[in-house]
Design a protein around this ligand. Sequence first.
Ligand SMILES: Nc1ncnc2c1ncn2[C@@H]1O[C@H](COP(=O)(O)OP(=O)(O)OP(=O)(O)O)[C@@H](O)[C@H]1O
Ligand SMILES: [Mg+2]
Length: 400
Amino acid sequence: MSSTSEGVRTATTDASPVPDRFFRDMVTSMRNGVIAVTREGHVAVLNAIACQVLNVPVRAQTLGSHYTEVLQSSPEIVRIFGTAFESDYLPNRAEMRLQSGPVIGYTLSLIRDEEGRTTGAALFFKDLTRVEQIEERERLRDRLAALGEMAAAIAHEVKNPLAGIEVMAGLLKRRLGQQTDAQAMLNDIINEAKMANAIVLEVLEFVRPIRLQMEQVPLARVLQDALYMADNQVEKGQTKVSLQIPEDLPSIEDDPHQLRQLFTNLLTNAYEALGGRGAVSVLVHPPADDRGAIDQPPGTRSIAVDVTDNGPGVPEDSRDRIFSPFFTTKPRGSGLGLAIVRKIVDAHDGRITLCVPPGGGTRFRVALPVTGLPDRTTLPASKDYGAPGGPRQRSGSPKE
Ligand SMILES: Nc1ncnc2c1ncn2[C@@H]1O[C@H](COP(=O)(O)OP(=O)(O)OP(=O)(O)O)[C@@H](O)[C@H]1O
Ligand SMILES: [Mg+2]
């Protein structure tokens, strides 16, 4: 065992009771992401969590390659290492949202040898996407509570006069007989009153807490139903749609009605973004350990569903706001679609992340915890989206 000038003991000598292998295993097994590069810029350490969060394929030749090559899908991390040896400022406990979706909390350290010379730099980071979502969920809950009170009061005040307008306009229509101009105006009045009423009902529906009706759900069926429903809501024109589902997918215990709504909203947004062209893909990943789920028991497994389109993408300055109620960039949008999606995902203890795929476009990744046993009734991947099944028996007790 040797000592550095600061008296820190290292385990690099033959006399060490702790073999070097131990330190390698320690870094590999860490639940934080770790990346270390040498002074020359070669990747010396890249552990499994780092690969997972940054979406770097695990390859034998990664170690020793230049970091700009290995980390090209994370330009922000490349920038951090680019200035590590020149800058006086080493970020400690900084946070950053990566272009690829995750939010990370990180610390950058320089690696020094026994003489104090800088031989490399190491980045330690944690995926904070879940923490961000929990905070956002709490903020949303507070906002919704305030909004709920207001909406209930407005609905109370506005619903009756609206119904009055509709009824009176109907009566007047009958009295006026054949006067075409007046009839047309009254039709407009009735239609506008109906629309205003629909908005009030939509807001009330949104602020009402979700009561889940849990069932063992074959996800394939839910997704096919959602594709069918989205087709009926938006003109998808020439947009190509694909659905890929692994075989032997376990069923999940969820509310199928809510899940259908969730995926329908994502799909209608994708169709609207594409305006009748382009392609949408729905890709289900096999269950994997949900390492980012800090508020779930260790070992929780999740099924991730990616809904991807190759449309114009979400502009950077809107990405933080798209899940907020009433945020919309569409002339006739209510801005509730993604807020409802977020609410349903939260009610299922799931996660939703907005990612920017490498070739542009938009990807929403929904991760849902797996609770069920393997389900052999899973439907095979198919492009034939039949009509949703008829009303299903609901079972299980409602969950708040
Ligand atoms: N796939 C997508 N591609 C590009 N932008 C998107 C996509 N999905 C959502 N957005 C952006 O997020 C905003 C909010 O979406 P959200 O579904 O909440 O409301 P909306 O679609 O505008 O209205 P609503 O769904 O209530 O009819 C959209 O107006 C759009 O700017
Ligand atoms: Mg929408």
